[in-house]
Design a protein around this ligand. Structure first.
Ligand SMILES: Nc1nc(O)c(N)c(N[C@@H]2O[C@H](COP(=O)(O)O)[C@@H](O)[C@H]2O)n1
Length: 356
């Protein structure tokens, strides 16, 4: 692959990556089975002309959308660099190859945040580099000044990479605890966390493609699993809802109720099968919403990628303090690139330690 001189100033490339990452993050939870992807086009001066994202599978990819937006605004002829969070695809799937669209455009430099882990679509970087007349192609990974952007692009692509390389969706657990470590809210209440934690939980519901829950949770709380405390995507496929109900305790009427609320219900006997079953239905990222028994089973099966703890302080010493919202993650977490979610986290701990 050609590795010609860098045309654009690295600070401007970093700013363009930040813009593309933020735009892509807005569509997390709407693009499955595709990943969220963002693209910015820059002019000769390194100024951003347009930033676009992939909205939903079957609609134009981020690169195609950015080129079309630039044409509509009459600035396409000024586009010299493309900054893309994911390697431009090199295949005809539901949409044509972005590598060809970029080759045919005025763009002469492409910056890539992360390689495409999907073997069917990969190879766009090499295809771009062999463009007659030249194309300067760069991966963020090779530039220390873009380390943060590379990490964010990896986080963005993480759930998709999990599905296409491991055949299982990424699993994020949400656990709310009171000051004494109990998961049970006081009698008469369904939650004890503060408004920030509630928002974070609903941002997570919105950004994920599926929810895994247990019979105990459904029978005790009958949660609605809908996104209510933050605005939801207007255009998304029905969300997947996996119910682990080994003993068949939840009546079939519940499935119908959930379907009419916009969910596609999957019943799974064995919790350990849920990540594969959901991935087979196109989910890249699932969150676990359950009670102590389900979460203990997730921990025992060691099947989580992120563990989000919402810890409420109700004791005298911390009276008036907001919740602590701690995230443990085993690879860069997509939650860290969701702007509002990242701002609500108290700490992020990368960990490869097996919790037991
Ligand atoms: N570079 C890039 N930009 C996007 O906006 C994308 N959605 C993708 N996705 C890649 O292409 C495959 C899907 O292709 P179709 O939407 O079916 O045409 C997907 O598997 C990714 O590898 N890439």
């Amino acid at each position: 692959m050609q590795s010609a001189d860098v045309i654009t100033d690295l600070k401007q490339v970093a700013a363009a990556f930040d813009s593309a990452i933020a735009e892509a993050a807005r569509f997390m939870g709407a693009t499955a089975p595709n990943p969220p992807v963002g693209c910015a086009l820059l002019d000769d001066e390194g100024e951003i002309l347009v930033t676009a994202a992939h909205h939903r599978a079957g609609t134009p990819h981020a690169e195609a959308r950015a080129l079309a937006d630039a044409a509509r605004l009459g600035v396409l002829h000024r586009a010299r660099s493309a900054v893309v969070t994911l390697e431009p695809c090199n295949h005809t799937g539901r949409t044509p190859p972005c590598s060809e669209a970029l080759r045919a455009s005025p763009v002469r430099e492409v910056w890539i945040g992360a390689a495409d882990p999907h073997h069917l679509a990969a190879g766009g970087a090499a295809r771009l580099a062999e463009r007659p007349g030249g194309m300067s192609v760069h991966f963020a990974a090779g530039h220390p000044a873009l380390a943060a952007q590379h990490e964010s692009c990896r986080a963005l692509i993480g759930p998709f990479a999990s599905r296409v390389t491991r055949g299982r969706c990424r699993i994020t657990v949400k656990q709310a605890l009171d000051g004494q470590g109990s998961m049970n809210p006081p009698p008469g209440r369904t939650t004890f966390t503060d408004s920030g934690s509630l928002r974070l939980a609903h941002l997570l519901r919105r950004a994920t493609d599926a929810i895994i829950t247990g019979a105990g949770t459904v029978l005790a709380d009958n949660p609605r699993f809908t996104v209510r405390h933050v605005p939801d995507h207007r255009d998304r496929a029905p969300r997947l809802l996996a119910l682990c109900d080994r003993r068949g305790r939840v009546p079939a009427a519940w499935d119908a109720e959930m379907r009419s609320a916009g969910f596609h219900v999957l019943r799974v006997r064995d919790l350990a099968d849920a990540p594969e079953r959901l991935a087979a239905h196109g989910a890249n990222w699932a969150m676990v919403e359950g009670g102590p028994a389900l979460l203990e089973a997730v921990r025992a099966a060691d099947m989580w990628d992120d563990w989000l703890t919402l810890r409420h302080h109700s004791d005298d010493q911390h009276a008036g303090m907001s919740d602590l919202r701690d995230l443990a993650c085993r690879s860069p977490s997509p939650l860290t690139v969701l702007p509002e979610a990242a701002a609500l986290l108290t700490s992020v701990t990368p960990t490869s330690v097996t919790q037991g």
